[in-house]
Design a protein around this ligand. Sequence first.
Ligand SMILES: [Zn+2]
Length: 77
Amino acid sequence: MPTTVKCPTCQKEVIWQESAKFRPFCSKRCQLIDLGEWSEENHTISTPLTPEQAFTPESIEDIEAMLAANQEGFFKD
Ligand SMILES: [Zn+2]
């Protein structure tokens, strides 16, 4: 009994096998439709930056430079 999944786009049964390139979708078309919907959703949902997301490698370097500068000032006194 092969494993089957339902195509998320059209609910058609897809056999989960190596040749089903677009699984869990039945076809490339269904995959693209789903991706399109996903990206549209993504555009409408505005996600404010959390402090964690704001930590880029650049900002970490800035913080480290600031800490180093503070330490120098500290040791001068
Ligand atoms: Zn489909």
